[in-house]
Design a protein around this ligand. Structure first.
Ligand code: FMN
Length: 336
């Protein structure tokens, strides 16, 4: 007997797919989603996802083993498609018998979905539009995440509510679709479940959990911030398409503008290739996020956060965050 029968019923397909008690994913957050937070989420009945980010295959190998040592429950691994060693990282996941691989950061390169599935794992992809969602499913994706621009980290241009209305009615009856971006309370979870989502993914709400290794100053910045402090980065050069990143406004926001100008100049004057220019931008973010999350440099580092940051007011154990979300969802569904 579950304490949240209405919510659990609507999450059942997602739970069967993930092998977790609740279809609540903690979205991978570079530097934050390591063994401690990931295992805590899975132990609490959610689904933790390791953020591989720029890790080498050796580091990912150690992180998966470390997470396994802390939980026997299922968890996933998030791989960035533009990682130069993507296929070696896939091999590491397969060797460890990881059940679910999330491919983030663009359309999966040829052969990657097949390699993951041949190794026995399920593939979860991000669908930025309905057409791409259909294509990803045809190419073998087992489930989709739709993520709106309210989210923290790298974002697309469309809000969660619009993506949900465009994509869920078309795909969610027959396919597994998780909704992410801007979810701070259980009422929103209930709303997306009622639209046929099979589950939800949250990042910002979990970043400051007691089990998160994020620096105390990083967490304090979240507790102080409101929705309007979590702003999307601005592209300064039309030739340099930069994927926007949502983060709390600080000196690092301006430093990013300067970095873009520097890379744009290198495009002009040093003739670097566009790929290289974009990789430099991504390396900038990875470094800046590490400075904020690990070193606590909340002025110069990147405080990636979604608009739901205003609903993060104190440090709480993962079990409490999940219990609150479920209780709010259940109460909302019971009122219908
Ligand atoms: C600090 C931070 C780092 C993130 N890093 C990644 C990442 O490395 N890979 C990824 O796919 N998503 C990343 N995300 C997005 C989350 O996985 C998740 O989808 C998002 O936070 C959900 O929206 P929300 O922030 O509104 O809850 C990050 C988000 C935050 C807040």
């Amino acid at each position: 007997m579950t304490a949240y029968p209405l919510t659990s019923h609507l999450m059942q397909r997602g739970c069967d797919f993930l092998g977790s008690k609740y279809a609540i994913l903690c979205g991978a957050m570079s530097w934050v989603s390591e063994r401690h937070l990931v295992s805590a989420i899975s132990e609490a009945g959610g689904f933790g996802v390791i953020a591989c980010g720029a890790m080498t295959p050796e580091l990912l190998d150690a992180e998966i083993a470390g997470t396994r040592a802390l939980t026997a429950r299922p968890f996933g691994v998030n791989l960035i498609t533009m990682h130069p060693q993507l296929f070696e990282l896939i091999e590491v996941c397969v060797r460890h018998g990881v059940g679910h691989v999330v491919l983030a950061g663009g359309i999966p390169p040829k052969g990657s979905v097949e390699a993951i599935k041949a190794g026995g794992a399920k593939v979860i992809c991000f669908a930025p539009t309905l057409a791409l969602g259909k294509k990803l499913l045809r190419s073998g994706a087992d489930a989709l995440v739709i993520e709106g621009m309210e989210a923290g980290g790298h974002i697309g241009p469309v809000s969660t509510s619009v993506l949900a209305q465009e994509i869920l009615p078309a795909l969610a009856e027959e396919h597994l679709v998780f909704v992410a971006g801007g979810i701070g309370r259980g009422e929103a979870v209930a709303g997306y479940l009622e639209m046929n989502a099979c589950g939800v993914q949250l990042g910002t709400r979990f970043a400051c959990a007691s089990e998160s290794i994020a620096h105390p100053d990083f967490k304090k910045a979240f507790f102080r911030a409101s929705a309007r402090d979590a702003v999307a980065s601005v592209q300064v050069d039309p030739r340099l398409p930069v994927i926007p990143v949502r983060a709390l406004k600080n000196k690092g926001t301006e430093a990013f503008t300067a970095k873009q100008l520097e890379v744009a100049r290198a495009l002009d004057e040093d003739g670097i290739a566009m790929d290289e220019a974009q990789l430099q931008i991504e390396h900038y973010w990875a470094g800046a996020l590490r400075r904020a999350v690990i070193d606590g440099d909340v002025e110069g580092g990147s405080l990636m956060a979604g608009q739901s940051v205003g609903m993060v007011t104190k440090e709480e154990p993962v079990t409490e965050i999940i219990a609150n979300l479920l209780a709010e969802s259940e109460a909302a569904l019971a009122r219908r």
